[in-house]
Ligand binder design. Structure first.
Ligand SMILES: Cc1ncc(COP(=O)(O)O)c(C=O)c1O
Length: 461
């Protein structure tokens, strides 16, 4: 059974190693010693074995099931068939031999699909985000970012030459207004328009599953900086394929194509492919080519990678996203309906055992995202994860520092391949665990740890 295999490997990975490495070069022992500290409190991040399709998948990023169904593979093989003479490698960076026609053509097709002037393909979404944030702002500029932006944006901030880096409260246009106004007041260059501000947000936040109030934020930026020196970079990792017309993303859904300077679309999630696409105008594209280290000092994306991205976009163009988007909406709604109607739900929420912020007004919410966090008390996220996996359901626990302290959760990700029955099973199994926690709390049992956690910690490795 998958749970046994995965948990056994996890427990093995957590065994201390440094002490057994006395004869090894000290270089390796030092590394193991550092990791032993995380092993001791079970916080070491480890690779998990892949699960098969018999496990209920509430984790993978195959949102539209393009990968599991084989649809992206078929589209990819067809694309290869159309280009039998392809050269596999780009054999150079974009500023050298690597700027091949097919890559340029696919970039323009993707730009057209999203209603952008231009596009630039990077090896991954992480690289696209980090590289763009690092390369676009000029010295003297500012980067203003939502508190909850992804690690890749933070990586870009570390490398950026921007003179000011300020965050604002998550998804709060008033907080953005405050930060922009304070920059304008304290630095004449922003008021005069001789320096610019890049505002980094995400269309759908990967940990909270909430949607950016982008229209309001665009209005705020225009109001404070009418000269147009405050522009947005929007990470569309979690909306590409699952929001908007043909899955084109949030900016397309809101018709803000002309207002947003830079959009980053990831192909590694809903598209079942890989790579990141930077949508922008010709000025920003030229700035990337001339200044982004990942563009200048790295071989350009290979033909198979670009072909797989094109295959993903062909599926979107053919309307394949809409069917999957509809299925996700139905499953999420059914899950929320089942869990909030469960007899244990109200008590579990009142006692702070469980909370699903997105459940509060889901009935009136026209668009539910595929990411539904189930908030727990600290450490309970791991107990709930054990309970789920032992019941053959995979949904990962997320703890500090990935999310702020006090915001531990099990993050549920819904897909086109999750049936209504699966959504119902998930809700019932979560509530079964909540009941167990309530019983422990009320002293109805001698145990202090729930049954699944006891089983896991008793496992022989
Ligand atoms: C919000 C966000 N941005 C960027 C990335 C990185 O994308 P990629 O997997 O294409 O590197 C991810 C992936 O986890 C993400 O969730």
């Amino acid at each position: 059974m998958y749970a046994d295999r995965m948990l056994t490997k996890w427990l093995q990975d957590l065994k201390p190693r440094a002490a057994a490495m006395k004869d090894q070069p000290v270089f390796y022992r030092n590394l193991e010693q550092a990791m032993d500290i995380s092993r001791a409190d079970r916080s070491l991040i480890v690779a998990r074995p892949r699960w098969d399709d018999s496990v209920l998948d509430f984790t993978s990023s195959d949102f539209l099931s393009f990968s599991r169904s084989g649809r992206i593979r078929e589209a990819f093989l067809e694309e290869l068939g159309r280009h039998e003479e392809f050269r596999l490698s780009a054999s150079g960076s974009r500023v050298q031999y690597g700027n091949y026609d097919y890559l340029i053509q696919v970039e323009q097709e993707i730009a057209d699909f999203h209603g952008a002037e231009a596009a630039y393909i990077a090896h991954s979404g992480f690289m696209a985000n980090a590289g763009t944030v690092a390369a676009v702002p000029l010295p003297g500029d500012a980067i203003v970012y939502d508190d909850a932006v992804h690690a890749s944006t933070h990586e870009g901030l570390k490398l950026s030459l921007a003179s000011h880096q300020l965050s604002f409260r998550h998804n709060d246009p008033d907080a953005l207004h405050e930060v922009l106004s304070s920059l304008k007041k304290s630095h004449k260059a922003f008021e005069l328009g001789t320096s610019s501000i890049l505002i980094a947000v995400e269309s759908v936040y990967s940990m909270d599953g909430d949607i950016c109030p982008l229209e309001e934020m665009v209005q705020v930026a225009k109001e404070v900086f009418p000269l147009g020196n405050a522009q947005f970079i929007v990470d569309e990792a979690h909306s590409n394929g699952v929001i908007g017309p043909r899955g084109a993303g949030l900016v397309n859904m809101l018709g803000l194509e002309k207002e947003i300077a830079i959009r980053i679309h990831m192909c590694s999630k809903a598209l079942g492919s890989t790579g990141g696409v930077i949508l922008c105008n010709k000025t920003v594209r030229a700035r990337l080519i001339s200044n982004a280290r990942f563009a200048i000092y790295s071989g350009a994306p290979s033909f198979p990678m670009v072909a797989s991205m094109r295959a993903g976009y062909r599926l979107l163009e053919n309307g394949e996203a809409e069917k999957g988007m509809e299925k996700i909406q139905t499953s999420v709604r059914h899950f929320l309906k089942t869990i909030t109607a469960h007899p244990v739900w109200d008590e579990a929420v009142d006692e702070g055992i469980l909370n699903i912020p997105l459940a509060e007004d889901y009935e009136s919410n026209e668009h539910l995202t595929h990411i539904v966090p189930v908030l727990t008390r600290p450490k309970h996220e791991v107990y709930l994860f054990f309970h789920l996996i032992i019941n053959n359901i995979n949904a990962y626990p997320i703890s500090f520092p990935v999310v702020p302290k006090g915001k531990s959760r099990v993050r549920l990700v819904f897909h086109a391949h999750n049936s209504l029955d699966q959504a119902e099973t998930l809700a019932n199994v979560i509530c079964e665990w909540a009941q167990e926690m309530l019983d422990i709390e009320a002293g109805k049992t001698d145990n202090v740890m729930p049954s699944a956690a006891r089983k896991v910690y008793a496992m022989k490795t």
